[in-house]
Design a protein around this ligand. Structure first.
Ligand SMILES: [Cu+2]
Length: 267
């Protein structure tokens, strides 16, 4: 999904449009003050109030004694799953490259934009159950954005999630053949919500639910990019499923420019 499509081309022209009352675009007028006020994240963080949007790029590394990849026991569970993985299946909860690069870390603005209520992207987040694994393993979804849970498998999965962020407190749904559930949306943030399968105990996915679009999930080389960030000062957080929310980094985004940051996570 193109991150650049999550927001209009620039916040500032949109703010002007919205201020003139002539825009039906993404931001609502009442949200603008919220954003300029720093999104409720305290007086120290928030947009500086002018200039073209910038971006935040960076890399997440791990330092210390890593968790080792484990071969998962899928043999006893399900012939369909075994057939899909002739070489077996490895754990996905700590994916580290040779230089310590960490995959599947959620990096997001923790302070400075938390109250920015921007309309969610129109494209849903799709979580697929494919060959007895969730794809993607880690995803970010904005409050109000649709989540479509699919199964591509001819076997029985039971998708399960609980907690205050889940509509009705729980989703517990059997999916016995390739199909998709009706879309659901979340109304409150959580970093991160665990999604799991009751039938296959290795099947886990994580959904970071955020009130704004300023987030990314690291790639295999540990890199990430958060686009279309209003210039200003923000506090970033990094979350990883074994480590939890581990580190904060303050960043100042220049108007129209790029702020580069690095996370070094330890146990
Ligand atoms: Cu399953």
């Amino acid at each position: 999904m193109g991150r650049s499509r999550l927001l209009p081309r620039g916040l500032i022209p949109l703010l002007l449009l919205a201020a003139c009352g002539g825009s039906d675009d993404l931001l609502k007028a009442e949200d603008i003050g919220f954003i300029y006020a720093g999104g409720g994240g305290g007086g120290d963080y928030g947009p500086s109030g002018g200039g073209a949007p910038g971006r935040i790029t960076g890399k997440v590394r791990f330092q210390g004694k890593p968790w080792q990849p484990r071969r998962l026991d899928i043999v006893t569970a399900d012939g369909f799953c075994v057939a899909g993985h002739a070489q077996g299946l490895m754990s996905e909860d700590f994916l580290m490259g040779a230089d310590g690069a960490l995959k599947d870390v959620v990096v997001y603005i923790k302070e400075g934009a938390s109250g920015a209520k921007m309309d969610p992207p129109k494209e849903p987040v799709v979580l697929d159950q494919l060959k007895c694994q969730y794809h993607p393993h880690v995803a970010v979804i904005q409050i109000g954005q649709e989540l479509v849970i699919k199964s591509s498998d001819n076997t029985n999965h039971n998708v399960h999630m609980t907690g205050p962020a889940v509509p009705g407190g729980e989703l517990n749904q059997s999916m016995v053949r390739p199909s998709a559930l009706p879309p659901i949306t979340f109304k409150r943030p959580e970093v991160a919500l665990r999604v799991y399968c009751d039938v296959h105990n290795w099947m886990t996915a994580w959904l970071a639910i955020l009130p704004h679009p300023f987030h990314a999930v690291t790639a295999e080389d540990g890199t990430f990019a958060i686009e279309n960030v209003p210039p200003g000062k923000y506090r970033l957080a990094a979350w990883q499923e074994k480590l939890g929310e581990k580190q904060y980094v303050d960043v100042t985004v220049p108007a129209g420019g790029t702020a580069a940051v690095e996370f070094v996570l330890e146990r």
